[in-house]
Design a protein. Structure first.
Lengths: 346, 398
């Protein structure tokens, strides 16, 4: 990697040179993804301008040094474009998903390098950049003594919404996330799912152009997860949504593009179909005895196992045929996750 | 901004420990009022015929006796008081002259007179002084120590005398040398503000706040202003409570009398022209500034400490440390250090000592007040700047 050459390529891309873009893509095909937020009309990004492309640019050598001593060369020479839509960020624990999101939200500074929005560092943009953001962190905090309405009104104030508009917006969102009846209850009385919905409502208060959701469906039951997916899908029509999760079904139905992080590096990106195509022929179904099932489990990642009488049907992820008589199966995102992260924690 | 401040105040007041601290403050204030206002040492008075008055009747009688001598306090006034004292309470007067013993159930002006009556050892002191060749000023024709010999200030422009018991009690209970309301106000301010910023780290709301439009600027100022308002409401609330209690019990008689004439607070040689009302207002000002500075320092610690418990413990230790950090040495460095320690909030709220320090250290009358003001400004500005930047640059999970 030549940082100077990459820098020159990025500058040429900014100037509109398609050949430079092709050269960069060719060079870093496996590692590049594009975030672009195009800034129009001076310093403010207007909602009406976010039609085709919005980009957030992560420039060169963004690194985050972990206090444990492990130096992670986190993202290398990124020039990325997000089309409005939903991006699923998949990765095992410690892959760097939350760190990436914190870097984008400017609540964690890079050890070196910078993140820019249309060429301007987000730290320089400051409040103008944060005005575009909606963020739901993992295990987000709340004020137990506040009611749901009060909590949202507080954050509406912090997000700069005017009092009258904030009042209407709070009611709208409480209705949208199904908390209208609980609007005047204290948050300490809420279940985990209700709190999560409140967190989602808070993230949507300022109608953000960039919505960052870190494990948003943690603690939600299946019915609430379905409601959440529908909510995000309807919201993301002209927005960028970056959604990190371990629950692959959350993104399987709604994500337009996927990004897979492993050990701080982006190893795959693309549409779900493109990424799944890469593991075509690596997913097998085997009908075996219980004894054979126990033996196979020691050597291969088992995606699913179900019993039918004396026979066990295994779904195995492996580049090679795991046992005689195994049939290939159509891969799904769970298979993909296991394919890349089976070794994590073993 | 006003809405933000409102929310931050709600967060401060919503915490159980703050509510508990305020409740404890109120209970303690009631105890102080019980001791100094409703059940004070001067709530009984003995009439010349031996009858005992108590409560409001005693207060009214004391005030009526003090009213006889209202106005310029001169040696002649003291002579008049002594003559009336000797005529109405001859045995008590003899006790004062011969044994320096003052009964607490005497009317206020006669108790005040006792500091002008030379003690039984006075003659021996004169003899020793004469032997040493030191001139001792003579007594007045009434046999009393002259005002100028007690180093009472403004003797060329006579002090104004008036009823002073209530003002003395108010002063001692609000900002006096011992356990006073001022110390409690400081402590509750520290407790209330300790989680102002650390509470966000503890609850995990820091990430939400720092990613909002105003999360790295206005909200921090709103929090600091909320802390200052909290300290202000506490100080004003307690002061008004005391004003109401003492006002209903004693009225406002003697408000214009000079503080140098108030008994039992030992300010007679403080060279600052303040009447009783002005002294109390100065006390309120000192306590308010001390509470605000304590609140802002606590906010700074809250921003740095990262957890509420650590924030509270460090803030309390820092608040009370100057109380113990006196060297009592005589070298210039020790003297400067001691003076500076007295300028810190925990010590400055002992207004009696703050006003008397210039006499002990041969300083100008206003020097310790100026030192307090300068220290308060520096601590305030430093704490605000540090708190602002510490929260703004807080790293989530970094």
């Amino acid at each position: 990697m030549n940082p100077i050459e990459d820098h020159m390529l990025i500058r040429r891309i900014q100037a509109g040179d398609p050949q430079a873009f092709e050269r960069l893509v060719e060079k870093y095909y496996d590692n590049i993804f594009q975030f672009c937020v195009r800034r129009c009309n001076g310093d403010r990004v207007l909602a009406s301008d976010l039609t085709q492309e919005t980009f957030l640019k992560l420039v060169e050598h963004i690194q985050q040094y972990r206090p444990t001593g492990k130096f992670i060369n986190f993202l290398l020479t990124i020039n990325a474009t997000f089309q409005p839509g939903i991006y699923g960020l998949l990765g095992a624990n410690g892959a760097g998903k939350t760190t990436l999101m914190r870097l984008i939200c400017d609540i964690l500074p890079p050890t070196s390098g910078e993140i820019t929005l249309d060429g301007i560092p987000i730290r320089t943009l400051g409040a103008n950049y944060r005005a575009l953001l909606g963020y739901l962190p993992q295990n987000f905090g709340y004020y137990p003594g506040f009611t749901a309405t009060r909590f949202l009104q507080y954050f509406a104030t912090l997000k700069g919404l005017e009092a009258g508009f904030a009042k209407r917006r709070v009611q709208e969102l409480l209705d949208l996330v199904g908390l209208k009846e609980a609007a005047h209850q204290k948050i300490r009385t809420f279940s985990g799912g209700m709190r999560q919905r409140l967190g989602i409502a808070q993230a949507l208060l300022n109608d953000p152009k960039v919505l960052i959701l870190d494990e948003p469906t943690a603690g939600l039951d299946p019915k609430e997860r379905v409601r959440f997916r529908n909510l995000i899908a309807s919201f993301a029509q002209d927005k960028i949504v970056l959604l990190s999760t371990h629950i692959v079904t959350d993104v399987e139905y709604i994500a337009d593009r996927l990004m897979i992080l492993k050990d701080g590096t982006l190893i795959r990106r693309g549409t779900p179909q493109e990424i799944l195509a890469e593991i075509a022929g690596c997913v097998w179904e085997c009908h075996v005895t219980r004894q054979e099932a126990s033996e196979l489990a020691q050597y291969f990642p088992i995606c699913n196992q179900r019993g039918e009488g004396d026979t066990v049907i295994l779904r195995i992820v492996s580049p090679q045929m795991p046992c005689p008589g195994a049939l290939t199966a159509t891969p799904c995102l769970e298979d993909l996750y296991l394919y890349h992260f089976y070794g994590e924690g073993h | 901004m006003l809405r933000m401040i409102g929310f931050e105040l709600q967060k401060i007041l919503g915490r159980g420990i703050t509510k508990g601290a305020i409740a404890a403050l109120l209970v303690s204030c009631l105890f102080l009022l019980q001791a100094f206002c409703w059940n004070n040492p001067y709530d009984t008075v003995r009439l010349p015929d031996g009858a005992i008055l108590s409560g409001r009747d005693a207060i009214a009688y004391n005030q009526s006796v003090a009213a006889r001598y209202e106005g310029d306090l001169t040696d002649e006034t003291l002579q008049q008081i002594a003559e009336d004292f000797a005529r109405e309470y001859p045995q008590d007067y003899q006790q004062v002259v011969q044994a320096s013993q003052v009964s607490s159930d005497l009317p206020a002006p006669y108790r005040y007179l006792s500091q002008f009556v030379p003690g039984p050892a006075y003659q021996q002191e004169i003899q020793r002084a004469q032997e040493a060749g030191i001139a001792i000023p003579s007594l007045t024709s009434a046999g009393l120590i002259r005002l100028q010999d007690l180093e009472i200030s403004f003797v060329e422009k006579p002090l104004q005398y008036g009823y002073g018991d209530s003002w003395s009690l108010f002063f001692q209970s609000f900002c006096g040398p011992a356990f006073s309301a001022a110390l409690l106000i400081l402590l509750v301010s520290v407790i209330g503000v300790s989680t102002l910023l650390a509470g966000e780290y503890d609850r995990g709301t820091d990430a939400l706040i720092l990613t909002t439009k105003y999360g790295k600027n206005r909200v921090i100022l709103a929090k600091l202003l909320a802390g200052i308002l909290f300290a202000t409401f506490l100080t004003a609330g307690v002061f008004l409570l005391f004003c109401a209690a003492f006002g209903l019990q004693f009225g406002v008689a003697g408000w214009s009398a000079d503080m140098q004439t108030v008994p039992w607070i030992s300010l007679f040689n403080v060279n600052i022209p303040l009447n009783n009302l002005e002294l109390l207002l100065l006390g309120f000002l000192i306590v308010w500034v001390s509470a605000v500075v304590s609140a802002v320092i606590t906010a700074m610690i809250s921003a740095l400490a990262k957890t509420s418990v650590a924030s509270l413990l460090i803030a309390i230790c820092l608040a009370i440390a100057p109380y113990f950090l006196h060297t009592n040495g005589e070298s210039p460095w020790c003297v400067c250090w001691d003076l500076w320690m007295w300028a810190w909030p925990i010590n400055a709220v002992n207004l009696q000592h703050l006003l008397r320090l210039p006499i002990a250290y041969n300083l100008g009358a206003y020097d310790t007040l100026l030192l307090f003001g300068g220290t308060a400004i520096i601590l305030f500005l430093l704490s605000v700047v540090i708190a602002y930047h510490a929260f703004r640059r807080h790293r989530i999970g970094g």
